[in-house]
Ligand binder design. Structure first.
Ligand code: 15L
Length: 271
């Protein structure tokens, strides 16, 4: 059984993922916040802004799923520490410890300034919608470097929105159900032929803005489609009065200086 390190394990995505992957891999969960791990999983407390911690948690892993970081738009200093310095530490620690496979759940916000009337694929030029989006583009660039220069196997998932159900109109296009998340992450961990790939982390949503053919080529067969929730979601949708947010894929990340986490309104929540 492969040992898989999940950083940022106390966040929403980490919580869904560790529940869905339980029993499939030997999970090593990590976060700077404490966590009582579910039975059969282990937890290591670590702060990835410290290289020594990143080295300690990556040692002996077969693959790393690096979810840890600042998960929304917010102050530059917080993003710099968690998403630039922390991200570098995780890639570099994995390299030094001989961990070949690394999955980096990047974000729809790396390309959030594309318009909603455009369909984009994995080859488009990044168009970040926020400082947070820029930090995700940094992670994508770092992954590309580590793949080309050091032969690491890097799987980038531009995640839409992981939730049991889509929460608003924008998320009807971006929804990523927990079981589809687990399927795509498993492909990233187990596919025998990954060098550097970018895929979109969304379910089979009828309203998707992405051409996710690269994920399909690698075997992804999403089970869920947000459309079954469309009527109830659209009935409670209120106009935001923000024409930029409403016409661009990133929504309010395109205009706001700080964005609360939709799943957990606490500011600066970790993914
Ligand atoms: C993200 O990248 C965030 O981490 C998450 O909290 C959501 O805001 C999501 O994007 C989204 O766009 O819904």
């Amino acid at each position: 059984m492969k040992t898989v390190l999940i950083t940022g394990a106390t966040g929403d995505v980490g919580t869904h993922l560790s529940r869905e992957l339980a029993g499939k891999y030997r999970l090593r969960l990590s976060d700077k916040r404490p966590l009582k791990p579910p039975k059969g999983q282990m937890f290591v407390r670590a702060d990835i802004t410290k290289m020594a911690d990143a080295l300690r948690i990556t040692k002996g892993a077969d693959a790393v799923v690096h979810l840890g970081g600042y998960s929304v738009e917010g102050p530059w200093e917080a993003i710099l520490q968690a998403n630039i310095i922390g991200c570098y530490h995780v890639f570099e620690a994995a390299r030094r410890n001989g961990v070949k496979r690394i999955l980096f759940p990047t974000s729809n916000h790396a390309v959030g300034f594309y318009r909603r009337d455009q369909t984009i694929d994995h080859r488009v030029y990044p168009k970040p919608d926020s400082r947070y989006g820029v930090s995700k583009v940094f992670g994508e660039a770092l992954g590309s470097l580590y793949a080309d220069k050091y032969g690491m196997e890097v799987f980038m998932i531009r995640i839409g929105n992981v939730n049991p159900k889509p929460i608003d109109k924008r998320r009807l296009s971006l929804w990523f159900s927990p079981r589809d998340l687990a399927q795509l992450v498993s492909i990233g961990i187990d596919h025998p032929d990954i060098k550097f790939e970018i895929v979109y982390g969304i379910s089979a949503n009828k309203r998707a803005w992405y051409d996710n053919s690269n994920a399909h080529r690698l075997g992804y067969r999403p089970q869920d489609d947000s459309e079954i929730y469309a009527e109830e979601v659209l009935a409670r949708e209120k106009p935001s009065g923000d024409p930029i947010a409403e016409t661009h894929q990133g929504g309010i990340f395109c205009t706001a200086e700080e964005v609360p986490n939709p799943a957990a309104p606490k500011k600066g929540k970790r993914k």
